[in-house]
Design a protein around this ligand. Structure first.
Ligand SMILES: [Zn+2]
Length: 289
């Protein structure tokens, strides 16, 4: 497991998308999610042409393809989780966390099928759209080599966590491909966090930028959800639908202040909590900047 250092430059959206033959950016370790998760390709995140009505979640066709049944990772997968239950539950969790209403209407992309492909590849996992219909049909490619390295007592949780993260990519909006990659990955790990699937090594970090991605941004989103109310991340995701991302307008329009200010408030709170004061940051909710 390699945790992204806080000083690691934030990857631009889709910049580090991994082709099936690409080597892993760093070798995965046994006890945790290797990061960075390769980002989904641009086509897989193209906003869907239509959406389901609020709360009318559709269940996609789910498929599992194991390309190498003799691989040790395949045995570990098949003996540690029940794929049908895992996938359907994970889809429901993703839809609930991103598209439940109230507080505001949301529009779930009409993803019709998700195929999980267990393969002998590097890295951890990546999500892509199928060639013929990337908006409706998704593929999650999951590394058998990585699964083979997971510690036995972490197998079920880690496999479920990785698949939940990737399923978010099958359903989230991305501001027509302009959303910062760190926010895309942060939302994916925020859902994983909400599902109680956070690996033991995850920590709230006070260094780096707000869009460092993965758990770094996921904990920031958790803070925003607590500060601005349940449904805040759903509103963030919804605002990424069918429009381009303009940072100042995005955050000020949604939460009334620039994201850098919100990040500063978050850091202050984490530091106070770490110091054991447990004091809440006093915020003037009426301040507009
Ligand atoms: Zn991801």
């Amino acid at each position: 497991m390699t945790i992204i250092p806080s000083t690691t430059p934030v990857p631009k959206p889709y910049q580090i998308f991994m082709s099936p033959t690409s080597p892993a950016p760093s070798p995965p370790a046994p006890t945790s999610s290797a990061v960075p998760f390769p980002l989904p390709d641009r086509t897989s995140q193209t906003p869907a042409p239509s959406s389901t009505p609020p709360t009318a979640h559709q269940s996609p066709t789910l498929r599992l393809e194991i390309r190498s049944l003799s691989h040790p990772g395949a045995t570990k997968f098949l003996t540690s989780v029940t794929a049908s239950t895992l996938l359907s539950t994970a889809v429901a969790n993703v839809q609930t966390h991103l598209y439940s209403s109230p507080p505001s209407p949301t529009h779930c992309p009409p993803t019709r099928s998700v195929t999980v492909v267990l393969r002998d590849i590097g890295g951890v996992a990546y999500t892509t759209g199928t060639e013929l219909d990337p908006s409706h049909h998704k593929e999650i490619h999951f590394s058998l080599n990585y699964i083979a390295t997971i510690r036995p007592d972490r197998l079920a949780s880690e496999i479920t966590g990785v698949l939940t993260h990737e399923l978010v990519h099958c359903y989230q909006h991305n501001a027509q491909g302009t959303c910062p990659g760190g926010l895309i990955e942060g939302i994916a790990d925020w859902v994983r966090l909400c599902c109680g699937l956070d690996p033991p090594h995850w920590r709230r970090e006070t260094k780096g930028k707000w869009d460092g991605g993965y758990q770094h941004t996921a904990y920031f989103l958790e803070y925003l959800e607590g500060r601005f109310g349940v449904g805040t991340v759903r509103r963030i995701n919804e605002r990424l639908r069918g429009r381009r991302y303009e940072e100042k307008e995005f955050w000020t329009g949604l939460l009334g202040r620039p994201v850098e200010q919100l990040w500063g408030d978050y850091i202050s709170k984490v530091k106070r909590d770490e110091e054991g004061e447990g004091a809440e940051v006093t915020v003037d909710e009426g301040t507009q900047t």
